[in-house]
Unconditional design. Structure first.
Length: 449
């Protein structure tokens, strides 16, 4: 991690040390965020406290709330969940005086709640988001914004109808890494974009969503009927409740869980509205005990030419039975280079401009090697966040609370969130129905659908 001696604004500083990078012959540059920059939460007065409630107090909802509470002036006043153990944990974390309920509508009815964080399973996102905005609340809803293609319209309409502050929680797109990648692409650092790819490799039970089921899970401690919501009715099943991601009725599979992050980042970096054709294949290779969501999936996507970007192809893959593990990345490839993008760093590999016909000429005409051709050698530059950077999650939630206070609009509103979710949801449709899916990213509709 590189720390420049003095910085007054966001900067990407000159070559410095870094053992791994030096070994690889790379330049290393630092990335930081400073006061006044987007995503930086400025200090505020006592009169603009924002009181929040958490709906869905599981893993991510709690993380969102913990991060939100590091932002000045944000206070938690209520929490809602369907498992008593989670409500108990919320009271332990944030004080017994907070209001708790199994019914999110009781939370939305409270006058002391300005904003809600929605961390429920995916099949509840649309309903609770719309109800929250109609109740006059700002809402931060976890990704993917909705569970099914077609559900996005209602969320977009609710945001417009209520002029609500609504943000989807793909936090990576607020990161310094994504912002740097966007800047590099616009500056022509990799030439003309023609391809992108993303991989996730996992090889553990938790990575494959085999979460622990609490010993006290019962029909008394879990409100299973309420959890089902609009999903098909069935008897109490703690596995379905605590491992909801494994089932189509409640989750969105690997594409809704993971591809969606990359769509948010990719669309942010390229200014894209989305692909027009989606095809996915995959299978259930290992985690077969009951789940109906595949544990291996590959998606392929066609991005058409737009005023914002050239045509390019995208390939995404998730493998939950991946013996290589650890090969997770997003890569953008252009005519003069490529970059690997994470939320905290960007590795840029560049080749100098070259004439692709030259090799042929050399072979047939026996041209002498022109002077300066050695310049074609690749160079690598690594951009890394500075020590002390609070991270994408802080920036994304900071963006949400700034918008509530009348700052800049959120970076991931309902329109952006739906355009990021839709190709991920189309992957599920393609996988289960075994055909390619067409998508109109401008009008956010399945053509003729
Ligand atoms: N942004 C990220 O990096 C990220 C990471 C993980 C999860 N997520 C998203 O967060 C959401 C939650 O995922 P998780 O891993 O925290 O799941 P989780 O199972 O740990 O938590 C979900 C909680 O919601 C509760 N719940 C279910 N239905 C409810 C309802 N109708 N009203 C109130 N509470 C309800 C459950 O009891 C549970 O405690 C998902 O949409 C997921 O995609 C985002």
């Amino acid at each position: 991690m590189i720390r420049p001696s003095r910085q007054t604004r966001r900067a990407f500083l000159g070559s410095v040390t870094g053992a791994a990078a030096i070994a690889a012959g790379a330049h290393v540059r630092a990335m930081s965020r400073s006061e006044g920059e987007p995503g930086f939460q400025a200090r505020k007065g006592a009169n603009d406290r924002i009181q929040i409630a958490l709906i869905g107090a599981g893993g991510m909802g709690v993380e969102d709330t913990k991060t939100a509470l590091t932002i000045d002036g944000v206070k938690l006043v209520a929490a809602c969940d369907l498992y008593d153990g989670r409500l108990e944990s919320a009271r332990k974390l944030w004080g017994s005086e907070i209001f708790t309920s199994r019914d999110y509508r009781e939370v939305l009815a409270r006058k002391d709640v300005d904003a809600v964080v929605i961390g429920t399973p995916d099949h509840w996102h649309q309903r609770i988001s719309v109800d929250a905005m109609d109740a006059g609340k700002a809402a931060y809803c976890e990704k993917p914004m909705v569970q099914q293609l077609g559900e996005g319209d209602a969320v977009i309409a609710a945001q417009r109808r209520n002029k609500a502050v609504f943000e989807v929680g793909s936090q990576g797109m607020s990161s310094l890494g994504n912002e740097k990648a966007r800047e590099l692409l616009a500056s022509g650092a990799i030439g003309v974009l023609n391809y992108a790819e993303g991989f996730w490799a996992r090889n553990s039970p938790v990575g494959a969503w085999q979460y622990a089921v609490p010993l006290d899970a019962s029909e008394q401690t879990v409100d299973f009927d309420r959890f089902l919501g609009s999903a098909p009715k069935r008897p109490f099943d703690p596995i379905r409740f605590f491992r909801w991601r494994n089932y189509r009725d409640y989750g969105t599979g690997v594409s809704g869980d993971l591809f969606v992050h990359l769509f948010s980042s990719l669309h942010f970096i390229t200014n894209s509205l989305g692909p027009t054709a989606i095809i996915a294949s995959g299978g259930l290779r290992y985690w077969k005990a009951g789940r109906d969501a595949p544990d291996v999936m590959r998606g392929m996507f066609e991005y058409p030419e737009t005023p914002e970007h050239p045509p390019f192809n995208l390939s995404l893959r998730v493998n939950f039975v991946d013996g290589t593990s650890g090969s997770t990345y997003l890569r953008l490839v252009g005519s003069e280079g490529a970059m690997d993008v994470t939320w905290d760093d960007v590795t840029l590999r560049q080749n100098r401009k070259w004439d692709p016909t030259r090799a042929v000429q050399k072979e047939f005409r026996h041209d002498p090697e022109p002077a300066g051709r050695k310049e074609m050698l690749a160079s690598t530059t690594v951009f890394k966040v500075e020590q002390g950077y609070k991270g994408a999650h802080f920036d994304h939630l900071g963006n949400f609370f700034s918008a509530i206070r009348g700052g800049k609009p959120v970076v991931e509103d309902a329109v952006f969130g739906y355009r990021a979710a839709a190709p991920a949801l189309a992957c599920n449709q393609s996988y289960y129905e075994k055909h390619a899916v067409r998508w109109d990213p401008v009008n956010m509709k399945v053509p003729n659908g």
